[in-house]
Design a protein around this ligand. Structure first.
Ligand code: SF4
Length: 264
């Protein structure tokens, strides 16, 4: 039983979607790099199973190692220097909303062992997913029974991506800004995550005020996270995150549980 479960996990690791689908499954559709089920590693839903949809492309770095310093200098985002996500077009496919939602359901169903309803969560990530995701995709995924979460850098307004009606916006919005506040257009979010030490609370007071409260036991809870930057300066980043959380009690330290657990 346990070895069978481990085998299922191995089958559902992040890999280029082009290994499974034709490169142009839907001409004109979204350009998607990967669809896979894993555990949400961060934030309020850490530990929940979710199907991730990684859109290709970002507006803050080309994704090419050779362009890190160039894009950092040109666009001003420190994350271009340390981003460890592969969102390049290589290995991606073009896929429309119906085929994408069907594939998300297929991936979710392949990972479960019983018919319990359980949470059905689709996480749209990237790159920058709001360059492509739209209201039709949200509607289509909901029709398949999924709540829709999005992980964004905050540069694109939700109304620009999903239209003016908030009913068509994703169910959960997590924002991790990589540019100064003056460059951000996102109207509201359910979680705000700052990757320290490059990004700190004193630089994001306006964005912090846009975090929507959640209700927990009759109290309002705000999800504002300090995420230590992974990589060569992780030890320093952890120390800074702890010090900042102590100095700013409305923020708390986030742990990347998927890295602790060794899942991707
Ligand atoms: S915005 Fe996000 S995906 Fe894009 S380069 Fe920065 S960290 Fe990477």
């Amino acid at each position: 039983m346990l070895s069978a479960l481990a085998e299922r996990r191995d089958l559902n690791r992040e890999s280029p979607l082009a290994d499974r689908l034709a490169p142009d499954a839907t001409p004109g559709g979204y350009r998607v790099r990967a669809i896979w089920q894993t555990l949400q590693g961060e934030g309020a839903f850490a530990g929940y199973p979710a199907v991730f949809v990684r859109f290709a492309g970002c507006n803050l770095w080309s994704g090419d190692e050779a362009h890190r310093r160039r894009d950092h200098a040109r666009l001003g985002a420190a994350c271009a220097l340390f981003c460890d996500t592969d969102f390049r077009k290589a290995g991606s496919v073009r896929i429309g909303p119906d085929a994408l939602a069907a594939h998300v359901r297929q991936v979710a169903d392949a990972g479960r062992l019983d018919d319990s309803p359980g949470p059905r969560l689709a996480v749209l990530t990237g790159g920058e997913p709001l360059l492509q995701a739209d209201a039709l995709l949200v509607t289509t995924l909901r029709a398949e029974g999924f709540a829709v979460a999005v992980e964004t850098n905050g540069t694109v307004a939700l109304a620009d991506a999903f239209g003016p009606d908030p009913a068509h916006w994703p169910d959960w919005v997590a924002c991790s800004p990589k540019l100064p506040e003056s460059h951000l257009n996102i109207e509201a979010m359910d979680e705000l995550k700052l990757v320290v030490p490059a990004y700190t609370p004193d630089a994001y007071p306006t964005l912090a005020a846009r975090v929507r409260p959640q209700r927990l036991g009759g109290r309002e809870v705000f999800y504002r996270w300090l995420q230590p930057e992974d990589g060569p300066r992780l030890a320093e980043a952890r120390r800074v995150a702890v010090a900042l959380a102590e100095a700013h009690p409305s923020w708390r330290v986030s742990v990347q549980t998927h890295k602790v657990l060794g899942v991707d």
